[in-house]
Design a protein around this ligand. Structure first.
Ligand code: SF4
Ligand code: SF4
Length: 384
């Protein structure tokens, strides 16, 4: 399988929208989602299609800023802008959309987004270690199930939930195995290529096709490892990516890191390996198990967010990391403040270089970022 993607994210989404239109012609329903806390298994159990609607490009931001204040994070603005300026080919195809109360920017934007489409917002508890949090979140999962059943006029059964859970676990296991191929030194694929191919592959309506594509990616990476094929020189510093900005479309910093001589061998956070580690327990009551698993997502909207630091600690050792880059979108207070603790852990416990980058979707800071990233790569090489 070819592991290079030459399409831009908008082309990928346009192709996906064509697949969706065909599925809708055959009577399928579509549920739009906006975050890693969204339990897709509920949608699959309803026989519907789950699609992500987050904006990852700069284009729609101008339209969003006519309504939202400019000093919001680019993810919030781009997601809203795509919905209101008719540049998102997927948004009009969603029958309903679902969001979660994560950060303030998202939840206030959702009040406006709900004017465009029928929307359900799940109330996400933000102190995940408290016993009450799981009880509350279990209730929210039940409310989501009732909303989907009502809106799509279907009945979600325990059997269909168990099937959906098994399918989701299989996907996570395959994706995890793909990410773990990069433990090999030097890695069989560049970080940018993996982000592009996994983002593109994710935009597949038919989940059987999706599994088949994941298996092909894994088999190609395994073949590369077995035949000694390396994507780059063994001297390249191995970078752990933490925080945000690791998706096709908003990958400018990741691209710069690899152009400046590093190789991203692991990503933490949304789009990264830490969202794949956790299978849903197939032996428990399905709604209990779904609630437990999705409450373990380690977004910085949680406090304290201790599991995230345990994850980063482990990834630095498991992936033999030489330096860590933490990306925060401008105006994202939670990830911005949490970055201090990430830096502490990286420098003090592991004694390796750390770089915190705050940026947006524009290209205006490319020159300045390049200088900082070049200096960071040189620092790693000097200390190795
Ligand atoms: S970073 Fe947080 S708010 Fe953003 S998609 Fe991930 S879990 Fe959701
Ligand atoms: S990047 Fe931060 S501010 Fe933006 S949507 Fe995600 S959590 Fe919210």
């Amino acid at each position: 399988m070819e592991l290079k993607v030459n399409q831009k994210i908008d082309e990928v989404k346009t192709n996906f929208a064509q697949q969706l239109e065909m599925a809708k012609d055959e009577g399928k329903k579509v549920v739009g989602s906006l975050c890693s806390y969204f339990p897709r298994e509920i949608v699959w159990a309803a026989g519907a299609i789950s699609v992500g609607l987050c904006g990852t490009t700069e284009g729609p931001i101008e339209a969003a800023e006519k309504v939202l204040p400019a000093d919001q994070c680019p993810m919030v603005k781009a997601t809203y802008g795509r919905a209101i300026n008719n540049t998102c080919p997927i948004f009009p195809l969603a029958d309903v959309i679902v969001g979660e109360t994560t950060c303030d920017g998202r939840k206030k934007m959702y009040e406006l987004l709900a004017r465009e489409k029928t929307m359900h917002v799940m109330d996400l508890p933000q102190r995940p270690e408290e016993p009450e949090a799981k009880i509350h979140w279990r209730g929210e999962i039940e409310k989501l199930k009732a909303f989907i059943e009502d809106q799509l006029d279907v009945k979600i059964t325990e059997t269909s939930l168990r099937e959906a859970i098994a399918r989701g676990n299989k996907e996570r296991a395959l994706l995890k195995a793909i990410h773990e191929c990069r433990k090999v030194q030097p890695p069989p694929i560049m970080g940018l290529d993996l982000v592009a191919v996994s983002t593109k592959t994710g935009y597949t309506v038919d989940r059987t096709d999706y599994h088949r594509n994941l298996e092909s990616i894994l088999s190609e990476l395994t073949r590369r490892i077995e035949t000694g094929y390396a994507a780059c020189d063994a001297k390249r510093p191995r970078i752990l990516w933490t925080g945000l900005g690791n998706s096709l479309g908003c990958d400018k910093v990741l691209r710069l890191v690899e152009e400046c001589g590093g190789v991203v061998v692991c990503q933490e956070g949304c789009g990264g390996v830490t969202r794949l580690n956790d299978p849903i327990d197939e032996t428990k009551d399905p709604l209990d198990a779904i609630a437990e698993r999705y409450l373990r997502v380690t977004c910085s909207c949680m406090t304290p967010n201790n599991t995230r630091f345990d994850d980063i600690d482990l990834l630095i050792r498991d992936f033999n990391i030489d330096g860590v880059i933490d990306l925060t979108w401008q105006s994202c207070h939670a990830f911005n403040i949490e970055s201090y603790r990430v830096g502490e852990l990286v420098r003090e416990k592991h004694g390796i270089p750390f770089l915190h980058v705050v940026t947006d979707y524009s290209q205006s800071d490319i020159g300045q970022l390049k200088v900082r990233i070049e200096a960071f790569i040189e620092q790693i090489l000097a200390e190795k």
